[in-house]
Ligand binder design. Structure first.
Ligand SMILES: *[C@@H]1O[C@H](CO)[C@@H](O)[C@H](O)[C@H]1NC(C)=O
Ligand SMILES: *[C@@H]1O[C@H](CO)[C@@H](O)[C@H](O)[C@H]1NC(C)=O
Length: 198
């Protein structure tokens, strides 16, 4: 019983911390296609500022969900395993969608002060190196997406999901698979429907 109780306490603390980040309510959704179109996405459902939502695959656009008006969203390319890479494009606005080739990560910050400096980066050139302004953002943590979406159906990946199941979903996304063809065991990880147009 003591053992069980100490487990409960130690799991309670992180979940309280998670709740405090959830209050921010920002989600980062990476789409396989540009302009945040297409049926397939991967999402970090509730992500703290200065935290990178990474992707093992190169993606073409990122939607920021619940981003306040003074918040800045940024997408990165050239990610190494332990960092978010270089900022390729950044902008503000609710329902922001940023398209760029080879997106490997994205993050958001509360930009009340930096907005006064008019920071908006639009690096359509893949080799653009206009990222110095972001070097002081110290985006250190890179987290994995917790959801993968196919045609509005979402499934849990990473975290509590076995690696081979996550890998299976990634391959299905690479193949543009349709949920009708999913084997039954994958539906154990079904997480619900989302509106793709939200
Ligand atoms: C980022 O990290 C550097 C080195 O650790 C530190 O000097 C700087 O103050 C940090 N910047 C911010 C905005 O926290
Ligand atoms: C995933 O790995 C587990 C444990 O190694 C195994 O039992 C299961 O059959 C694997 N599932 C798939 C879909 O590969």
């Amino acid at each position: 019983m003591h053992f069980f109780q100490s487990i409960q306490l130690s799991t309670l603390l992180p979940s309280i911390l998670m709740l405090s980040t959830a209050v921010e309510g920002v989600g980062i959704r990476h789409h396989k296609k540009h302009s945040c179109n297409g049926n397939i996405f991967k999402q970090c459902s509730s992500i703290a500022s200065y935290t990178c939502c990474g992707s093992s695959r190169a993606l073409e656009s990122t939607r920021f969900l619940g981003l306040g008006d003074t918040y800045l969203g940024a997408v990165c390319t050239k990610k190494k395993s332990e960092d978010c890479g270089s900022v390729a494009k950044a902008s503000t606005g609710s329902n922001l969608c940023l398209s760029h080739k080879n997106i490997r990560g994205a993050f958001w910050v509360d930009c009340t002060r930096c907005l006064k400096r008019g920071i908006v980066i639009d690096g359509d050139d893949d080799d653009s190196d206009s990222t110095d302004e972001y070097s002081d953002y110290n985006v250190t943590a890179v987290v994995e997406p917790d959801l993968i979406g196919f045609n509005g159906y979402t499934f849990h990946i990473n975290y509590d999901v076995p690696q081979n199941i996550t890998d299976t979903f990634e391959v299905l996304a690479d193949e543009d698979a349709s949920v009708e063809d999913f084997p039954d065991y994958l539906w154990d990880y079904y997480a619900g429907m989302v509106d793709d147009e939200e």
